[in-house]
Structures are given as structure tokens and as C-alpha cells.
Ligand binder design. Structure first.
Ligand code: PEP
Ligand code: MN
Length: 337
């Protein structure tokens, strides 16, 4: 249920209603909007609860939340959420650009890339230190040494760091270095991991599982939000279909669909979404045109020699060109980038 407070309800009235909600054994999430404050009351709903809350001081109305995801739903918050994590700003008119290699490989590679993407206008640096690889024989990432190199890159460039955390036991370590915790596609439904990142105060980039529906993605986000972490960005990174001309199929209708259903910002990953460097610039521009709040792009100083995902990585000049094109599209859709 949503307890919609009257315009101009006092802080005292809001606090009082939070206590009432909690007193009924429900969880209260206060969402402060520009127009009015609402309290999402999450838990088992009973008709008596609704009428008893309706009589509270400063309450305009109590309405059921119809979507299966609650805190993520636009029903509880009409205005888009903006996420700010260091230099990265995503949502509500701001387009964040997260760029960098698939994997952190060595100091020279990550520092060179950080400076190059920053100069071209990226607002965050990506780089995997813990890598989920299909084969156990593939490069698994530099782990903590990789996190240290990312921190050095942040020191030199001021760019926020986006990096993947693969398991619950690594959350404290990765959260020490990262500004944004990335949940990889393979882990979208690892519910204990979602709860663990929900317990941190780091922003989270939640990637869509390759076979997950939009509803499953939103319910995964709900696990994080429900732990009290409101800084969640959703990421469309392509799904598995019968089609094989691309590595995955990148459905850009997800972007306006998600904007319709949730206040959370939506980032698109055209690198994994296509799996081919030559398709990335066009699909990056198309993502911005579709309303994306951010892009995550793989960029490598020498894609041919990359230890992972070189075939879908942009080199520095391709990244600069992509940025130039996306900026024009961003201006056309009234966004800043
Ligand atoms: C990545 O970002 O390098 C990655 C492994 O992405 P995904 O989880 O979407 O496959
Ligand atoms: Mn990758």
C-alpha cells in the first residue's frame, strides 16, 4: 500500500505515520517527491490496515500498489530518480557515461584508458577485477590487485569507479574501492547477493539476466531497494534469442517500457548487447534516442590484444566518435551529456 500524505504534511505527521506503519508489522519506505511525500507500506496487506492508516494525521489517501515490485514502481514515485555516485550522475535528464575495459589487466592499460575516456567525456570508469567467465580456463580478473589499480585511476582522474561484485563474501572488499557495485547478468537472480549490496551504501548497477523478463529484473531491483539502498540503476545488456548475428539481442524498447513502470534510471550496454565493435556506435546513439539515462561501453587501448571482450570494445578514437554522435542525439532529446 501507499500512504499518500497531503501536500504540506509536516515532518511530524510523516514520522507519526511511519511509526503507525511499522507498528502494523509493515516496512515503511519514505519517498519524498517534489509534490508530496508518500510512504510505501510493504508487507502482507489486510483491509483493516488500510482503513486504519487512512484516518492518520496528514494522510490524503491510502492506495494499493498494483505492481508486484513496490518500491521500484512508478506508482509510489512519479518523478524519475537521479543517482549520483562521485563523478557519475544518471537519470532525470542527466546521461552518465561509464567507459573502460572489460577487465582491468595492468596499470598502464587502466590508467591510459581512464585518462582517454575522461578526456572524451566519460563520467565514470568501468573495469572488471572479478570476472564472471564462461570458461574456468579464461582470465578470471586481477581481483584485489585490480581494485587497487581502479582506485589509482580514480585518484588520477576523479572518475567514479564501476566494477562487478560476484559473490556475497566479496561485497565488503569491493565496496571499499568501488563507487558503483555492478551486479552481472549471470547474478541478477542471486538473491543473497542482491540483499548484500542492498545493505551497503554504494550505488548499484543491476544488469538484466540474458533470460530474465522485465518483471524479474524489477523484482531483482526490489531486493536491493528493500534493504534500504535506493541507489539502483537498471541495465539492459541484451537477451538470448534464436538470433545469432549478434552476441545477444539488444531490445531497446526496454528503455521506454522501464521508464513507464519504474522511477529508476535505465542504462544501456551496447557492447555486450551486440558483441561487435562495428555495431556499438550506432546502438549507443540509438540507446540515447530511446531515452537511456546512461551508457556503459567497453573501451580498450588495443582491443585486438584485450584479455576479454576485445571483439566488442571500442578503441580510443572510436569512443571519441561515439561520444560526439551521442551528444548530438542527447541534445535532440533534451538531455545533458
Ligand atoms: C561486463 O560488464 O564485462 C559483463 C561481464 O557484463 P554482463 O554481466 O552483462 O555479461
Ligand atoms: Mn565484458
Amino acid at each position: 500500500m501507499i500512504v499518500v500524505m497531503e501536500k504540506g504534511a509536516t515532518q511530524e505527521q510523516i514520522d507519526h505515520m511511519v511509526q503507525r506503519v511499522e507498528g502494523l508489522g509493515l516496512r515503511a519506505h519514505v519517498i519524498v517527491g517534489t509534490e508530496r511525500t508518500v510512504i510505501a507500506a510493504i508487507g502482507e496487506k489486510r483491509q483493516e490496515t488500510r482503513s486504519s492508516l487512512e484516518s492518520g494525521p496528514g494522510v490524503a489517501e491510502v492506495v494499493p500498489i498494483l505492481a508486484p515490485y513496490k518500491v521500484a514502481s512508478r506508482e509510489v514515485k512519479k518523478e524519475p530518480t537521479q543517482i549520483v555516485a562521485g563523478s557519475l550522475k544518471v537519470g532525470a535528464g542527466a546521461i552518465g557515461i561509464i567507459a573502460g575495459p572489460c577487465s582491468v589487466e595492468n596499470e598502464e592499460q587502466i590508467l591510459k584508458t581512464a585518462h582517454a575516456v575522461k578526456a572524451a567525456g566519460a563520467t565514470a570508469l568501468r573495469g572488471g577485477a572479478f570476472k564472471p567467465r564462461t570458461s574456468p580456463y579464461s582470465f578470471q580478473g586481477l581481483k584485489e590487485a585490480g581494485l587497487k589499480l581502479l582506485a589509482k585511476a580514480r585518484e588520477q582522474t576523479g572518475l567514479a569507479i564501476v566494477t562487478e561484485v560476484m559473490s556475497t563474501e566479496d561485497v565488503p572488499l569491493v565496496a571499499e574501492y568501488a563507487d558503483v557495485l555492478q551486479i552481472g547478468a549471470r547474478n541478477m537472480q542471486n538473491y543473497r547477493l542482491l540483499e548484500a549490496v542492498g545493505g551497503t551504501r554504494r550505488a548499484v548497477l543491476l544488469k538484466r539476466g540474458p533470460s530474465a523478463t522485465m518483471e524479474e529484473l524489477l523484482l531483482a531491483a526490489e531486493y536491493i531497494l528493500n534493504e534500504g539502498n535506493s541507489q539502483v540503476m537498471l541495465c539492459e545488456r541484451g537477451i538470448r534469442t534464436f538470433e545469432n548475428h549478434t552476441r545477444f539481442t539488444l531490445p531497446l524498447a526496454s528503455v521506454p517500457y522501464l521508464h513507464h513502470k519504474t522511477h529508476l534510471p535505465v542504462v544501456v550496454d551496447p557492447s555486450h548487447g551486440t558483441g561487435h565493435t562495428y555495431l556499438v556506435p550506432d546502438m549507443a546513439a540509438a540507446s540515447v534516442a530511446a531515452g537511456a539515462d546512461g551508457l556503459i561501453l567497453e573501451v580498450h587501448p588495443d582491443p585486438e590484444r584485450a584479455m576479454s571482450d576485445g571483439y566488442q570494445s571500442l578503441n580510443f578514437s572510436q569512443f571519441e566518435d561515439t561520444m560526439r554522435r551521442c551528444r548530438k542525439v542527447a541534445a535532440a532529446v533534451d538531455k545533458t551529456m
